[in-house]
Design a protein around this ligand. Structure first.
Ligand code: SF4
Length: 326
């Protein structure tokens, strides 16, 4: 019951008051345009709540009595995550608490007043953790080398400690569907692994459950939502690190697929939840060694000689083709 409680709750109710506001015409706009904009924003808010509620339900991410630590970086996705979780919390028939946490890594020009001011106005409990990981990274990593791997390792360790100190039972991150897809192809193309970013996982220290409630949400929706809600975005390039070129490449590839072959990316995404280990080659997932005949037909079993969507033409088609040529 609890598993789908949030899922059900997310389908009901209107958008937050903040999105209902703003029907006054903007500069140069008519009242009708403003109303249309507010309507679209409410629809977007409902969609985000529905998708997040569905992911939370599907993966049993949040349970009765949980204290969810929401990691807020100042980027659009983590603002959207916090916002949506606050709405779901109001509607959910289960009780859970939220605490927003920002790690101030002391990057140059980090506007440290922005998040405390925003979170205070929002009325959500929050904690700002001040740790100068920026200096450590700069000291340890030679100039010109990528700093992200050490930086994120340090950040992860600090966030786990803070979760313990705050008594958080879950750690929520703002990764969305596009992050999951990009990570999947990054791992496949450059790491030789079929592996992505799971919606729910046990942390590497074995002591925390990390959740990604935006797993079903497209990045274009978090971008539009951030604009509609006018989140006080903090730029993500303050550390001076270059964007990961491989990720950029994958992003471009997916964008191109979406443009040229609509539906392909959606199919790959749904394939991530429809894995058939017996038709792959990982011997640790399927026991090929001791595979024997059972003499019984298997429901939904192998169709080794049937035509597959990408298979070569069936023999009958080839014969027909030859006949038509003669
Ligand atoms: S982009 Fe900067 S802040 Fe982000 S992980 Fe890399 S080094 Fe750290």
């Amino acid at each position: 019951m609890i598993k789908h409680a949030i899922d059900d709750a997310s389908a009901s109710g209107a958008g937050p008051a903040l999105l209902d506001q703003g029907v006054a015409p903007g500069p140069g706009g008519t009242r009708r345009q403003a109303e249309r904009g507010a309507f679209e924003n409410n629809k977007l808010h409902k969609r985000l709540c529905r998708l997040a509620g569905q992911a939370i339900g599907d993966f049993n991410m949040i349970e009765e009595g949980d204290k969810v630590m929401v990691c807020v970086s100042g980027g659009k996705d983590s603002y959207a995550l916090l916002d949506i979780l606050m709405t779901l919390r109001q509607r959910a028939p289960i009780n859970f608490d939220l605490v927003a946490v920002n790690l101030d890594q002391k990057q140059p020009n980090f506007p440290e007043h922005v998040l405390p001011e925003y979170l205070s106005k929002l009325g959500v409990p929050f904690h700002i953790e001040n740790q100068d990981t920026y200096s450590i990274v700069k000291r340890v990593i030679p100039e010109g080398k990528t700093t992200c791997s050490l930086c994120s390792r340090l950040r992860r360790g600090i966030l786990y400690r803070v979760a313990d100190e705050l008594g958080a039972t879950k750690i929520a991150l703002g990764h969305h569907r596009d992050d999951i897809m990009e990570t999947f192809f990054l791992n496949m193309f450059f790491g030789g692994k079929l592996k992505s970013m799971p919606p729910k996982l046990q942390s590497d220290d074995g002591r925390h459950i990390v959740i990604r409630p935006l797993a079903y949400v497209k990045e274009e929706d978090t971008t539009r939502y951030a604009e509609a809600r006018d989140f006080p975005i903090i730029p993500c390039d303050l550390c001076g690190s270059q964007e990961n070129l491989q990720r950029k490449q994958i992003k471009g590839m997916l964008r191109e697929w979406d443009r040229k072959s609509p539906g392909r990316v959606d199919n790959v995404f749904s394939a991530l939840s429809t894995v058939v280990p017996s038709h792959l080659m990982d011997r640790s997932l399927f026991d090929f060694t001791s595979l024997q005949t059972t003499g019984q037909p298997v429901a939904g079993g192998d169709t080794a000689f049937d035509e597959e969507p990408c298979a070569t033409p069936a023999a009958s088609e080839i014969i027909q083709l030859f006949r038509s040529l003669n």
